[in-house]
Design a protein around this ligand. Structure first.
Ligand SMILES: *[C@@H]1O[C@H](CO)[C@@H](O)[C@H](O)[C@H]1NC(C)=O
Ligand SMILES: *[C@@H]1O[C@H](CO)[C@@H](O)[C@H](O)[C@H]1NC(C)=O
Ligand SMILES: *[C@@H]1O[C@H](CO)[C@@H](O)[C@H](O)[C@H]1NC(C)=O
Length: 482
């Protein structure tokens, strides 16, 4: 009897799991209904390269160009890049060296404690087809050296979007940076940034040219609103964008949870609003799953790939124009999307997000971020729905039964829609350890990032404007509405 009862309960749970669909209505047109709509950058998904490692990525890691160009194939534009990080504040420009970078490290896994770079570093940055942000040194307090580098950046980087003056200045004191000797605080840093913005901006004779902010501690302290309040009109004319860094951290389960992603992004709402009020874009200039190069048990997993996808979409929906995912030391980088020899699972999440946003002008979220199930819709320049992305962020570890959730989309037209699934054996799957992650049935090859395998497209029937899709725990589905 007891076992029959257990069977009955588990059958009921399975039936409920399938029947209790989450329902979303796709607006017929952008800017209608009670939804919020974010205008989209042509390429919201970007890459940040750690300053000293940038030349290696572009000259000695074959996957780099192909991984970036795969997104260009979707979007029509090269993804934006930012070059910077902790080593930008350890780097000095050397007009005499012909090398990209000069440094020594005791192990290839290390980042250099100090380095120099030549004008060829900036010429290399100028050869990139997408927009480029170059992070320069403020920590060493050698403004003439930074001005010399900024002049070369302006001359050599044809797609230069902005230069940063310092990286994560809240850590300058702790890191023994000369500019913070004496005392250091958000107010002192803001005064320093403002003076440097004017000095460097006027020396290169460009307005606006500065990506300001660049802190990592959670706002409001060290945030954009706080910085903007200290700026007068002279400073503001040099500021192109406001940037913040973000590494949410946590376990795979907490990281990939849609509810936690949504709350994490609300931390930035006031800063985003403050930047937009100035008519300036707000960006995540450097971000990834876990700080310090990533966590081995978290950052390389498929769960982190799902975080990457949902995080950049929620950021874009929150009016964060561009999100630059950081890439550190080649060969010692848990969260990297690709390396010299292997792909990382997170690339697939970024790819799926790029596929939703490609050639779109607006993005909305159909969910309120209060549970594990997300739905986004992108719109074309005429405001017509282009694609939808559904995400079941329930965690599946790989053992036990994998639950599923049905998503019902309403307000559709036509008799069917096509879809591509982002999936893996579990949230724990790691491409770098032989796990298989697929998007629309396809993979990206280790070492060269070429798309491989045959494409698998699903068809969802539409009747009375409704279509239902079933997503297993830890899966996403991209639905093509045109
Ligand atoms: C390229 O990478 C290989 C393998 O790690 C390394 O031995 C070599 O020094 C690198 N070359 C350059 C120019 O960075
Ligand atoms: C604006 O602020 C800068 C420092 O942030 C200062 O040097 C400059 O004099 C100020 N300009 C005006 C017009 O107040
Ligand atoms: C994003 O900005 C647009 C205006 O461009 C606004 O209508 C929308 O509400 C903002 N989104 C959020 C989530 O605040």
């Amino acid at each position: 009897m007891a076992s029959y009862f257990r069977l009955f309960v588990s059958v009921l749970a399975v039936i409920q799991g399938v029947l209790a669909a989450v329902t979303f209505t796709v607006p017929k047109q952008a800017h209608t209904g009670s939804y919020k709509y974010a205008p989209l950058d042509p390429a919201p998904v970007g890459i940040s390269f750690e300053f000293f490692a940038f030349p290696s990525y572009f000259t000695n890691v074959s996957a780099t160009n192909q991984c970036l160009s795969n997104w260009k194939d979707l979007s029509g534009v090269w993804p934006p890049i930012r070059i910077g990080g902790t080593t930008q504040d350890r780097a000095q420009y050397d007009s005499k060296t012909s090398a990209y970078v000069v440094y020594s490290v005791s192990s290839p896994a290390d980042a250099p404690a100090s380095l120099t770079f030549g004008s060829s570093f900036l010429t290399l940055a100028g050869s990139y087809g997408g927009s480029v942000v170059v992070g320069l040194n403020r920590g060493k307090n050698q403004i003439q050296n930074t001005i010399s580098a900024a002049k070369i950046a302006v001359a050599e980087v044809k797609n230069l979007l902005a230069v940063e003056l310092g990286n994560e200045p809240e850590y300058y004191s702790r890191n023994g940076q000369p500019i913070a000797s004496g005392s250091w605080s958000p107010a002192i840093d803001a005064a320093s940034q403002n003076n440097w913005d004017i000095s460097v901006g006027s020396a290169v004779d460009k307005r606006p040219i500065i990506q300001a902010g660049n802190s990592n501690d959670s706002p409001p302290t060290w945030g954009a609103a706080e910085l903007i309040a200290t700026e007068n009109a002279t400073v503001k004319q040099y500021v192109k964008t406001y940037a913040h860094h973000n590494y949410p951290g946590g376990s795979v389960t907490s990281l990939m949870s849609h509810k936690s992603i949504s709350s994490n992004l609300h931390v930035f709402d006031a800063d985003v609003a403050a930047a937009l009020k100035e008519g300036k874009p707000y960006v995540f200039g450097e971000t990834n799953s876990v700080s310090g190069g990533g966590a081995a048990a978290v950052s390389p997993t498929f769960g982190a790939a799902l975080w990457t996808m949902d995080y950049v979409l929620r950021a874009s929906y929150s009016n964060i124009s561009r999100t630059y995912f950081h890439h550190g030391t080649v060969g010692n980088c848990q969260y990297c999307f690709w390396g010299r020899y292997s792909m990382g699972a997170p690339y697939y999440g970024a790819y799926a997000a790029t596929a939703l946003l490609a050639k779109a002008s607006y993005l909305t979220a159909l969910d309120d971020g209060s549970n594990n199930y997300a739905a986004y819709v992108s719109f074309d320049s005429n405001g017509a729905p282009l694609r939808a992305l559904l995400y079941n962020s329930d965690y599946f570890s790989g053992s036990g039964t994998r639950s599923s959730q049905s998503f019902q989309l309403q307000g559709l037209s036509g008799s069917s829609v096509k879809a591509k699934r982002l999936t893996a054996d579990s949230a724990a799957s790691r491409v770098d350890q032989g796990g298989k992650v697929t998007f629309g049935g396809q993979t990206f090859t280790d070492g060269d990032c070429k798309i491989a395998g045959s494409e698998s497209i699903e068809t969802l029937e539409v009747s009375n404007g409704q279509a239902t899709a079933t997503l297993k725990a830890s899966e996403a589905l991209l639905v093509y509405l045109q």
